[in-house]
Design a binder for this molecule. Structure first.
Ligand code: NAI
Length: 590
């Protein structure tokens, strides 16, 4: 049939968002029903999968777990060997295979292949073996995976939106095969963990974080969308690497960068509406603060490095009071690193103290000190400081090394958020131990090599008195015939439940009170049994229970603040959260 379309027709993606709603309130999200003949639409097809195609469809493939009856009905006879293997046995076999790999990156690749082959089995493995597999799909191994992403890249696992797509971002979003997206995790790859600019290869982070959204937080995989914004990279090594998968140009900055991000944010809202969560990950800090401030009042956005970290660390601090004594307001906090993580945590601690004591936030900030690459942040440096550091410029003479700062400030807790490894030296920890009966040492920088100190160092140099938490995991340490179990203060405790709570309530904005709510819920999961072992975070083994409580608390706060749109509010939010969780168990096919 001869096409009546004009050569360069207007696409439905160019239409105003209001025109995508047809009479009767039925949403025509992709503008197919209301498109006129000269407007372009995407020709979607939906078909029932069977036979060989069914085995190649990761969402529905069950491998050897297809029953005899399913093999008959779905034309699988002969394509599969005769054995029928239940999901549990498949899981056992795969875990045995994974454990045989000695190199963590090989485990990572094997897991990614599984995700591309059999999605439910991948999530079942992750959920049932979370403590063992978290360090593979997340820090530290995901860092190495990003560094080598060009070599291990097989199939796209998310959307790559590069400067080449400028002016067409909405169209690119429509290329993604899923329509009902609830959570987007996005990076521009500028500050991947503590590894710096990895450009387009930062994709491993959104992919890993969203795998955790499903495994730990219960969001359906089809509702998750990993995105990498590629505006170039300043990493010379990558630019000269023949296997690099991104744009070969220096990073776009200034107006070009912000216009591009603006186009993206508008396209997201136009395509998915007001209730899609956009989680920013591993942006360079100059952009991270600006994006959060800019879109916080117009979109549902959350910066995991600033806000997620803040909530998780605050929870650990609150829990640690059981071991250290006193209230938050009685402690002095010293941050080594005053970027996204450091200032984000500091701000939330001040807010929590201020809510508790009814003192102004400015007052609450006084017991919180920060050090950056130029030394202690003090009032004489105020003029030259970036905006996020200014509130922390207290009256004090300049001090430019950490040891002298510890001696001068006498903190009860030091929190490493510098991305620079081995900076909590023997002298620093010994100084902390001489000031405090139980010094709180948090070495939060990732991955492991960037950790400010190891668990072993913290316990040994404090004669076993430190309460220790790190961003990347460390094994238990035996010191003086006592087993010390390090805690892992990682934002993966918070973001899956936090995001799920927002989605569950249909929230349209994130509010700091919701971060406090998430933090309270996490701290509430630490019990006497954990304190006895000296740990200040609950074990990851119960992470889905933790996420349900966080989600419920966050949703409750969203309802309380009037930013929840899913009405009426469920009576029991914890039960409701649990009932909405994605289950990875196989389904039966008719
Ligand atoms: P950022 O780049 O925003 O901040 C780094 C800060 O460290 C800056 O203030 C910088 O001046 C300071 N710094 C750098 N070198 C220093 C030195 N030699 N001495 C003193 N200060 C120095 O980075 P961001 O996002 O705050 O992340 C920092 C680290 O924290 C990274 O390693 C990241 O992986 C880790 N992190 C850990 C999280 C967790 O859940 N455990 C969550 C978020 C970040």
């Amino acid at each position: 049939m001869e096409s009546k379309m004009k050569e360069k027709s207007e696409s439905v993606v160019d239409m105003s968002p209001t025109s995508a709603v047809v009479e009767g309130g039925v949403e025509d999200i992709y503008g197919e029903d209301c498109a006129t003949e000269d407007q372009l639409i995407t020709p979607w097809t939906f078909q029932v999968s069977s036979g060989y195609n069914l085995l190649r469809d990761p969402r529905y493939n069950k491998g050897l777990a297809f029953t005899e009856q399913e093999r008959d009905v779905h034309y699988l006879r002969g394509i599969l060997p005769p054995a029928v293997m239940p999901q549990e046995l498949q899981e056992k076999r795969l875990m045995q295979t994974l454990r045989r790999y000695e190199v963590p990156l090989n485990k990572y690749v094997a897991l990614m292949e599984l995700q591309e082959r059999n999605e439910r089995l991948f999530y079942k493995l992750l959920i049932d073996n979370v403590e063992e597999l978290l360090p593979i799909v997340y820090t530290p191994t995901v860092g190495e995976a990003c560094q080598k992403y060009g070599s291990i890249f097989r199939r796209p696992q998310g959307l790559y939106i590069s400067l080449k797509e400028k002016g067409r971002i909405l169209e690119v979003l429509k290329n993604w095969p899923e329509r009902k997206i609830q959570v987007i995790v996005i990076t521009d790859g500028e500050r991947i963990l503590g590894l710096g600019d990895l450009g387009c290869q930062g994709m491993g982070i959104p992919v890993g974080k969203l795998a955790l959204y499903t495994a730990l937080g219960g969001v359906r995989p089809s509702a998750c969308l990993p995105i990498t914004i590629d505006v170039g990279t300043n990493n010379e090594q990558l630019l000269n690497d023949e296997f690099y998968i991104g744009l070969r140009q220096k990073r776009a900055t200034g107006k070009e960068y912000h216009d591009f991000l603006d186009e993206f944010m508008k396209a997201v809202k136009q395509n998915y509406g007001e209730k899609v969560l956009v989680q920013y990950e591993d942006f360079g800090n100059h952009n991270a603060f600006e994006l959060l401030a800019k879109y916080g009042s117009t979109h549902l956005v959350f910066n995991d490095d600033i806000q997620g970290t803040a909530a998780v660390v605050l929870a650990g601090l609150v829990a640690s009071l059981k071991l250290l004594g006193g209230s938050l307001a009685d402690h002095t906090f010293l941050f080594f690193g005053a970027g996204e993580a450091g200032t984000g945590i500091a701000e939330l601690i001040a807010l929590a103290i201020s809510k508790k004591t009814n003192a102004p936030v400015e007052e609450a900030r006084k017991n919180i000190w920060l050090v950056d690459s130029k030394g202690l942040i003090v009032s004489s440096r105020k003029e030259s400081l970036q905006a996020h550091k200014k509130p922390w410029a207290h009256e004090h003479e300049p001090v430019n090394n950490l040891l002298d700062t510890v001696k001068a400030i006498k903190p009860t807790a030091i929190i490493g958020t510098s991305g620079v490894g081995r900076t909590f030296t023997k002298e620093v920890i010994e100084a902390m131990a001489s000031i405090n009966k139980r010094p709180l040492i948090m070495a939060l920088s990732n991955p492991t090599e960037q950790s400010e100190c190891t668990a072993e160092e913290a316990y040994a140099w404090s004669e076993g008195r430190a309460v220790f938490a790190s961003g990347s995991p460390f094994p238990p340490v035996e010191y003086n015939n006592k087993l010390h179990i390090p805690s892992q203060a990682n934002n993966c405790y918070i973001f899956p439940g936090f995001g799920f709570g927002l989605v569950m309530a249909g929230a349209i904005r994130v509010h700091n009170d919701m971060l406090l709510a998430a933090s309270e819920a996490l701290a509430g999961q630490v019990t006497e049994e954990h304190y006895v072992k000296g740990i200040i975070y609950p074990p990851f083994g119960i992470i889905r229970k933790i996420s349900a409580h966080i989600a419920a608390n966050v949703a409750a706060r969203a309802y309380g603040l009037g930013v929840a749109t899913r009405l009426p509010q469920p009576a029991d939010l914890v039960k409701y959260a649990e009932s909405c969780f994605y289950s990875p168990n196989y389904r039966c096919y008719r």
